[in-house]
Write a protein that binds this ligand. Structure first.
Ligand SMILES: Cc1ncc(COP(=O)(O)O)c(C=O)c1O
Length: 359
């Protein structure tokens, strides 16, 4: 049987929740959405949770709600999914690309070197499910009075010293895309914040800038969420910790099976709870290894082959080179992992990787 990169969970409990939501007759920002927001806020230790259509939308609304304006600069790692950058650009501000370190998350020393009088904020990304270096990021933000917005799209349930990501700065943004640690079986996103005004502004922005039914206080957009998908999210939120534990078990299994091969395996900074959204290794013979695994019916991925600062869409910013990012994108390879994978599938992938190196 082919082994996919990720396998979202589908079962009777989810199907029943979907049918109940369909039969409820309430579809947009209704009771399922309200309960999901309350439950996610409680899970993450946040005062407010605001559902929206995607993490991209959540990031965009937050940057607008922080009143960032043209000419403002925001520090952001270049090694991330392009939507992190897109949301910044769409809000009319300038991303300043920062290198990453061996955890694949932002290199805070490089970020510090890139602060200018125009810098207003920092958007670290908890890439692959590993928390970025939050204590140093908080210190840098405090020193230069920058707001901190965590991109948690890949890191639901990840934590630093027991505190959940998304709760370290002014806000956090999550994605519910099907491969994510928590999904709604489609696109979806959510933001968390302690700030009453930011939450209220985002609720307004997601609903055409509406202040009440008939009055539009500003130009927003239609970024509302729906009850059918919220019903799915509620079922899976109850399983999130168990699903993350399973991902961690699978990652440990990979680590044990792949040790000693000419690969760089993922690391965990002490104090960080990594939730292995992706299991990423580095190999000099990356492309040959990927082709070999494909031949055996094993899917792999590259997250991401073209770093954000090298994307044609941001060429106009004329970003300089970033040594570490540019080197690692040539070597990274994502192996299958998700809450839906079994231990025997991981053993099969690991055996195939070992066979590649010993053939
Ligand atoms: C790190 C990161 N940020 C932002 C996003 C955007 O999320 P969405 O697809 O929900 O807009 C993604 C999605 O892949 C992501 O991985």
């Amino acid at each position: 049987m082919p082994i996919p990169l990720s396998r979202p969970p589908v079962d009777d409990e989810i199907k029943k929740a979907v049918i109940a939501a369909v039969e409820s007759g309430q579809y947009i920002l209704g009771p399922q959405c309200k309960e999901f927001e309350k439950e996610f806020a409680a899970y993450n230790g946040a005062k407010h949770a605001v559902l929206t259509t995607s993490a991209t939308a959540a990031l965009w609304m937050l940057i607008k709600a922080f009143n960032a304006k043209a000419g403002d600069e925001i520090l952001v790692p270049a090694h991330t999914a392009f939507p992190t950058i897109e949301a910044i650009c769409f809000a009319g501000v300038t991303p300043v690309f920062v290198d990453v370190d061996d955890t694949y998350t932002v290199d805070v020393k490089d970020a510090a070197a890139k602060v200018t009088p125009r810098t207003v904020g920092f958007v670290p990304v908890h890439l692959y499910g590993h928390p970025a270096n939050l204590p140093e990021i908080q210190e840098l933000c405090a020193k230069h009075t920058l707001w901190l917005l965590e991109d948690c799209a890949q890191a639901h349930g990840a934590a630093w010293q027991g505190k959940k990501v998304g709760s370290f700065g002014r806000a956090g943004a999550f994605s519910f895309y099907p491969s994510k640690n928590l999904t709604v079986m489609g696109d979806g996103g959510l933001l968390v914040t302690e700030d009453d005004e930011v939450a209220a502004r985002c609720r307004r922005l997601r609903d055409h800038g509406r202040q009440n039914k008939d009055i539009h206080a500003e130009i927003g957009f239609n970024l509302r969420f729906n009850d059918i998908q919220a019903a799915v999210g509620r079922v899976l939120l109850r399983r999130l910790d168990a699903m993350n534990d399973h991902r961690r078990t699978l990652a440990a299994r990979y680590n044990a099976a792949l040790t000693g091969l000419p690969l760089v395996l993922p690391t965990e900074t002490p104090g960080a709870r990594h939730v292995y959204h992706l299991y990423v290794v580095r190999a000099r013979e990356r492309d040959q290894l990927a082709a070999y695994l494909k031949d055996k019916g094993i899917a792999t991925g590259i997250h991401y082959p073209v770093p954000c600062h090298r994307q044609p869409a941001v060429e106009y910013l004329d970003p300089g080179p970033l040594e570490h990012t540019e080197r690692l994108v040539k070597e990274i390879l994502t192996l299958p992992i998700s809450a839906g994978h079994t231990e025997s599938e991981i053993d099969e992938v690991a055996a195939a990787v070992r066979a590649f190196f010993t053939k």
